[in-house]
Design a protein. Sequence first.
Length: 218
Amino acid sequence: MKTVEEIKAAIEAAVPGAGVKIIPNGSPSGQYSLLLDPRTAMDVARFLRDDAELALDFLSNVTGVDYLDKEVSEKVKVTRPVTKAVEGVEQTVQETVEETRKHTEPGYLEVVYHLYSIAKKHGPAVLRMRTANRTDHVELPSFTPIWRSAEFQEREIFDLFGIVFTGHPDLRRLLMWEGFKDHPMRRDYVEPDDFEYEPTAHDDVLARAKAHGLGTRE
């Protein structure tokens, strides 16, 4: 199969303005991936499937990843006026000092697709897409119209991570029930503390049940 650089070049030639980026991988596998722009992702996906040389006709698995907001510290040099005593006389001079500044990089949700070619017997090609944030901009295009095997897996990610796949033919919860609040695979998910008693409950579950005044069953 083509290298990730060659695949990127082929995409850019076929889809002008595709906005594809290579994401390096420092693990021993060295399996680099391609980060897609959601605005052009459907055109890119269609090209990867239909291109005679790549023929990535099989989507094997899809998974979600949650990246929390991250506080980043950086050292910057700033020049500011400082009053100093020079030979007994106070003077204002410019002094350059190093300061540590902090800012928060907003988190995001990511979906990862692994593609293979049954026809050409090669792969995988790894694709990624990212939401704008983790709160009110969590939409990404669904690849189900391109690869039907994405349907249930995107539903699972919608259920557990909260990514909304636009264009999905049947986007509803898969593991949790309708009406369930929150998404259990989010990294900041907090379990409820009012579990009903379970016959094989662990100590921490029993402690939470006791705190809510729930009795145990014989």
